[in-house]
Design a protein. Structure first.
Length: 130
């Protein structure tokens, strides 16, 4: 039961990240003017990062409850910390964009993209570690 729940939570995190990164964001930029896509993306990404953080906290709890697998616990903790860092980076990314500071925006945006991809890989690994 616990292993199935871990698989479910990691699978949801993987699904959210893939949907947002592969389908939603590119589609929004392709179909909407940047002035219309920006507010929508600014609403979606913080929610994605917060949901991933909460689901990762659930993974930690489940790992403690009975997975008895150190790799799962470390992966869940990494997913939690990295998702939280992405959530905390959102205001800095938005401020840089609003100020027209392309260099800072690129740094913060790249940080969140790379870290989100790490969260994706970690959660895929969690599924296979079980």
């Amino acid at each position: 039961m616990i292993e199935s729940s871990i698989n479910l939570l990691s699978g949801v995190i993987v699904g959210f990240i893939l949907f947002q990164s592969v389908i939603n964001a590119p589609l929004l930029f392709k179909t909407l003017e940047i002035s219309m896509a920006r507010p929508l993306l600014r609403a979606i990404f913080p929610i994605l990062f917060k949901i991933n953080t909460l689901l990762s906290a659930g993974l930690i709890a489940l790992a403690f409850a009975g997975a008895h697998n150190l790799k799962i616990l470390i992966g869940a903790a990494a997913s939690f910390i990295l998702s939280l860092l992405c959530a905390l980076a959102v205001p800095y990314t938005n401020r840089a964009a609003d100020a027209g500071n392309q260099r800072a925006f690129k740094v913060w945006h790249t940080f969140s993209v790379v870290v989100t991809m790490i969260v994706l890989v970690v959660n895929i690994a969690i599924i296979y570690w079980l």
